[in-house]
Design a binder for this molecule. Sequence first.
Ligand code: 9J3
Ligand code: ZN
Length: 300
Amino acid sequence: MQQHPHISRRRTGRLAGLTAALAAVVGLSTLTGPGAHAADNPYERGPAPTESSIEALRGPYAVSQTSVSRLAVTGFGGGTIYYPTTTADGTFGAIAVSPGYTALESSISWLGPRLASQGFVVFTIDTNTTLDQPDSRGDQLLAALDYLTQRSSVRNRVDSGRLGVMGHSMGGGGSLEAAKDRPSLQAAIPLTPWNLDKTWPEVRTPTLIFGADGDTIAPVSSHAEPFYSNLPSSLDRAYLELNNATHFTPNSSNTTIAKYSISWLKRFIDNDTRYEQFLCPLPRPSLTIEESRGNCPHTS
Ligand code: 9J3
Ligand code: ZN
């Protein structure tokens, strides 16, 4: 970056003081280029978001992917890692995503490129067996994150201190189990979650739960809503009930799920407060949102 021509040659006396004061006011931003705010938040990635950028089918990062054979891992069933292609932006936060009962990775694969293109490493997994229960799915999400950060081909692209979990149905119930087991997780997003355990006082991970108003397999009245209510009231937590939706709405590309998931992951995995505007105040009921609950402003 060029220096200003009128102050570049000599810095003495009053001019030196003025230069120093000016540099202090503008910080390093004029020296590191447009959009660079690394000095403010070392975990911030990508340009400032807009409503349309978080609703878009793809975010600003080109995405690569690599398959992980179930034969090459232990503790889960393999999967696909989606990651920003660039190595110019340092490391990224990462999430693992579990499918539901009887389902394969393909049932949640749309989240891979959708979230990775916003600046995350996303591991959509298969489970050991499609009949595994939520507690096992939680353990498998953690095994997948451990593989991702310790052994995978993209391990050097991942910040092992900024991890999260997502999952559908029993995988959503598994996301709560994973957070309960590993409080260092930075974000959890259960999608139309199912679990026999309704109480989550142990969770310390900021958690966004999606319910579906027409879910007859994991009715919100006995799953998503009590899960939300039985998280600690001191926790950063939210509940969004999708309008005109079913248990299987999270199995295909969905802009409401994407935009609030991106915002939650950015806010709590990247500490990126530029996304707070999409979470607080809570979204009002609309054609896509039946109901919303949560604490605002956030406390962590
Ligand atoms: O993962 C799921 O779809 C859980 C819903 C379910 O089928 O539970 C019945 C045991
Ligand atoms: Zn419990």
